[in-house]
Design a protein around this ligand. Structure first.
Ligand SMILES: *[C@@H]1O[C@H](CO)[C@@H](O)[C@H](O)[C@H]1NC(C)=O
Ligand SMILES: *[C@@H]1O[C@H](CO)[C@@H](O)[C@H](O)[C@H]1NC(C)=O
Ligand SMILES: *[C@@H]1O[C@H](CO)[C@@H](O)[C@H](O)[C@H]1NC(C)=O
Ligand SMILES: *[C@@H]1O[C@H](CO)[C@@H](O)[C@H](O)[C@H]1NC(C)=O
Ligand SMILES: *[C@@H]1O[C@H](CO)[C@@H](O)[C@H](O)[C@H]1NC(C)=O
Ligand SMILES: [Ca+2]
Ligand SMILES: [Ca+2]
Ligand SMILES: [Ca+2]
Length: 830
């Protein structure tokens, strides 16, 4: 109480001049003491606050590092593969002891070290894989990470007597993905496999294929081969939950037995089609496969196998012919990590040498653009990496040296290159020389399509006004790309002529209207386009350009069907949306670019007429209904094409040579409904509906496509896809594998001008998008697939006219499907 009182007095007296109290000595001492106490208390408070503050900022974080080190003076024993053998335990103890000594020497690590454990050993002399746990103040985390990643040699201090004759180098470790943490403690889903002889060893996710892999699992497979071998790992079937950022299920393959990012070969999620090559090579005799699952979604998992093969003795070499080819090891399979290859090329007769890289894929994540810091090809001191279209490198002499380097992580398919000798005076005999040194056919010069990657074949041309537009920059472009909203010239001059004046906007029809008529609730354009993309979706008067909900109300949003947002108050715009999605999200890079892959166009149908094989295409729109072209079912003298019993429909088909492949469904037709207004002279109303006798079963390779609403717009300039096998009946020249081509919607006005008197509102025009595609392989009756909002694919059209094929400088004509939405609904109920 006393001190309390003094405290109060002190508070009272301290700030003021206290001369009055001088004579009262005893009382003054009290005050001083109280003040001192107060000061101490305040100090304690401040210190306490500071400590609390810093501790809060500097909570100790648990940090686990995965790493490996090399023991240089030990030989590998078989017992080291068994983590409960005395030999393993003995060596593991030495390693953890050595790590402890190492960490104690590093100020940022020593005080925070908790423990280490060795998870595996492998050959070379002996490599130990371990993890170390620290409890580190948060502000030291980064510094500790840097210290751990530094490659070290353990120099044993004198007190490390227990470790005499123990030489350790290359000690590195990297922070572990937080999601993988649990795994280091739990061994319930951990497998160790050793390849035997030349045998193929198979392993799968638990339960494959009958039951899905466990949710929230941490699994790992340690794969080994004999000393001196490397491993080849293939996922034969792969289907885990789709990739969606942080929380997806993830399979990772490491070129190490430590799950460290710098040795990651590949990270996989989602589903891969069977045609996708998922073969990976190691650079040593070990691989580690991990599966980390975070989701509850149910997927079958993977079926994988691996085998050992002798380590490649070398790559590269000396090439002395006048011409030849060379490629990265295992091309077109992936090259292995951690290799260097050097090719010394010298052509005879004092000719010059040039290299043409036909395919070049050295793509990997985490490369800073333009640095080629990971995998690269180096020629004449210049590095090439990433994914590149065909390119040429020339030398001014008869020699050239090509160096290929792959680092420890992530591999790709590599390159295929050709070397040629050439006369420096005439590098492309009989052909046109691109600025890049590539030779192309003379006809490709000034044809309006860039065949040289630097566009040099299209420079200094005089354009042909009958079908070409002269850009301001002197490039020639097909007339049908004018005013389609896409900058084809590069300087936008093909779009300038059709731009609306300042203060106005452009309707889809091309009409220019004052800005204020946009989104004012009135259809001023006449095609609804001024009301189609407004900030708020509202109910408007129904016109032929508005989407009508089931409840009869119309909304002003363009293409609201199945876009993932509820736009109708009754939700009807998002009903019946089980369509237009592919099961496989991944696609391989197809060399040449026009072969489709299994499951890429699961709605594509092949129609075989009896005795004639593939005749027409069609698309699946429901389990029992197909859409095709009416002209496929017009009778001829010799054959009654309108008779449904004459036809067989193949669903899920990729290769016409493999009609009995797994997944292919063979169906008979019950009914053919050709549009009653079909005109086989003008090809107007060229559409037919086919009913299957038995419903199709949906699968990874059989799925329906979405039908566009009557008001659905596929605007000019939009890129879509045409698919088909071509006309195999004409002498069997068609492709065996389903072909695809990227095409672009052409402005209807422009197309009418190019095809006078031939186009009706039931038709739409498309043009080929890339000049590299030589011929379109679409077949009559086949679908045009358009990727719309939310990734769903809608059928824009049916391949109709003649070849059904867009040629480079001629538009192709297709049946506009949105015009037939009501008719299809009336006939089929779909
Ligand atoms: C691993 O070593 C332990 C202890 O020596 C032994 O009991 C066990 O059978 C070994 N396992 C294998 C697969 O060799
Ligand atoms: C995948 O590539 C490997 C080479 O890495 C090759 O051996 C294998 O045959 C390829 N598999 C397929 C299905 O193409
Ligand atoms: C490949 O070359 C690089 C740089 O020259 C070198 O650091 C690396 O060790 C070499 N790798 C192999 C496997 O020889
Ligand atoms: C185009 O003409 C310019 C000068 O007229 C010339 O320098 C250039 O090489 C020519 N380009 C091509 C591809 O012919
Ligand atoms: C179509 O082209 C014509 C001229 O060729 C142009 O006036 C019109 O605006 C274009 N339409 C669209 C939607 O761009
Ligand atoms: Ca790499
Ligand atoms: Ca254009
Ligand atoms: Ca919607």
């Amino acid at each position: 109480m006393q001190s309390m009182k003094g405290f109060e007095e002190g508070v009272e007296f301290l700030p003021v001049n206290s001369t009055k109290q001088v004579e009262k000595r005893g009382r003054r001492r009290w005050v001083l003491l109280a003040a001192l106490l107060l000061g101490l208390l305040l100090l304690a408070l401040v210190v306490g606050l500071l400590v609390w503050h810093f501790q809060r900022r500097d909570v100790q974080v648990q940090k686990i590092f995965n790493g490996y080190l090399r023991i240089t003076n030990e030989n590998f024993l078989d017992a080291y593969e068994n983590s409960s053998s005395p030999e393993f335990l003995n060596l593991a103890r030495k390693v953890t002891e050595a790590l402890k000594l190492l960490y104690m020497e590093v100020p940022v690590l020593g005080p925070y070290y908790r423990k280490s454990a060795v998870t595996a050993f492998s050959e070379g002399s002996v490599i130990a894989y371990y993890w170390s746990e620290f409890s580190i103040p948060q502000h030291l985390e980064e510094e500790a990470e840097r210290a751990m990643a530094k490659k070290r040699v353990i120099t044993l201090p004198p007190r490390g007597r227990a470790l005499s004759n123990f030489m350790v180098t290359s000690v590195v470790a990297f922070p572990t993905d937080a999601r993988a943490l649990q795994r280091t403690q739990d061994n319930s889903c951990s497998f160790a496999l050793h390849a035997r002889g030349k045998e193929v060893t198979r392993f799968t996710t638990p339960g494959f294929p009958d039951s899905p892999y466990p949710a929230r699992a941490r699994c790992q497979w340690t794969l080994r081969g004999d000393a001196g071998s490397v491993l080849s790992l293939t996922f034969r079937s792969f289907d885990v939950a789709p990739c969606d950022g942080q929380n997806s299920d993830l399979v990772t393959v490491y070129n190490s037995l430590s799950p460290v990012e710098p040795h990651t070969v590949v990270r996989l999620c989602g589903a891969y089609p069977p045609s996708y090559n998922l073969t990976f090579l190691s650079s040593q005799n070990v691989l580690l496969v991990t599966l980390i699952t975070s989701t509850e979604r149910r997927h079958p998992g993977f079926d994988a196998s691996f085998f050992q093969l002798p380590k490649m003795s070398g790559c590269g070499g000396s090439l002395r012919e006048a011409q030849g080819t060379f490629s990265t090891p295992y091309y077109p399979g992936r090259y292995p990590p951690n290799i260097n290859c050097t090719w010394h090329i010298q052509v005879p007769n004092n000719q010059n040498v040039k290299l043409r890289f036909k395919y070049f894929y050295l793509q990997e994540p985490n490369v800073v653009l333009g640095t080629c810091s990971k995998d690269y090809v180096e020629i004449n001191g210049e590095r090439y990496c990433g994914e590149r279209p065909q390119f040429v490198v020339t030398s001014k002499s008869s020699k050239i040296t090509v160096h290929f380097h792959s680092d420890h992580s992530y591999t790709d398919t590599g390159f295929l290159a050709e070397y040629l000798s050439y006369d420096s005076k005439d590098p492309c005999p009989g052909m046109f020389t691109c600025g890049t040194g590539r030779c192309i056919r003379r006809e490709l010069r000034c044809d309006g399509w860039a065949d040289c990657t630097d566009h040099s074949d299209e420079r200094n041309c005089s354009c042909n006004p009958s079908h070409q537009f002269t850009c301001k920059n002197q490039l020639c472009k097909p007339l049908f790309w004018v005013c389609d909203g896409v900058n084809d010239c590069g300087d936008n001059s093909d779009e300038l002529a059709c731009k609306c004046p300042e203060g106005t906007f452009k309707c889809t029809s091309g009409k220019c209207l004052p800005e204020k008529q946009k989104c004012d609730g009135k259809d001023d354009c006449g095609d609804g386009s001024d009301e189609a993309s407004c900030d708020t979706v509202s109910i408007v008067t129904c016109t032929s350009h508005t989407f009508r909900c089931q409840n009869g109300l119309c909304v002003n949003k363009g293409n609201p069907e199945c876009d993932g947002e509820t736009d109708c108050s009754d939700g009807s715009d998002e009903k019946n949306c089980d369509c237009g999605l592919r099961s496989y999200s991944k696609r391989a890079r197809v060399v040449g670019g026009t072969d489709s892959e299994s499951g890429e166009w699961p709605w594509q149908v092949s129609l075989h007429a009896r005795g004639q094989g593939h005749v027409c295409g069609a698309s699946l729109i429901s389990p029992t209904w197909l859409v095709s072209a009416a002209h496929c079912f017009v009778d001829e003298n010799s054959f009654k094409y309108s008779d449904p019993t004459k036809w067989t429909a193949f669903l899920g088909l990729l290769d016409q040579g493999q009609l009995t492949a797994t997944g292919v469904q063979k169906h008979e037709l019950k009914r053919i409904i050709s549009h009653p207004s079909f005109n086989d002279f003008t090809f107007d109303y060229d559409i037919a509906l086919l009913e299957l006798k038995k419903p199709a079963e949906y699968s990874a390779v059989v799925q329906p496509i979405c039908l566009p609403d009557a008001a659905h717009v596929f605007p000019p300039g939009k890129a879509i896809w045409v698919t088909g096998w071509g006309h195999t009946e004409e002498g069997g020249t068609g492709a065996l594998v389903l072909q695809k081509g990227e095409i672009r919607v052409i402005n209807q006005t422009t197309c009418e001008a190019l095809l006078p008197q031939q186009l009706t509102p039931r038709m739409m025009c498309v043009g080929f998008l890339s000049g590299g595609v030589d011929a379109c392989q679409g077949d009559s009756g086949g679908p045009l697939s358009s990727v719309e909002a939310n990734g769903r694919i809608f059928q824009a059209g049916v391949v109709s006219w003649g070849e059904g094929c867009a040629q480079k400088n001629k538009p192709g004509v297709y049946t506009r499907l949105s015009m037939f939405r009501t008719w299809i609904k009336d006939q089929t109920g779909v």
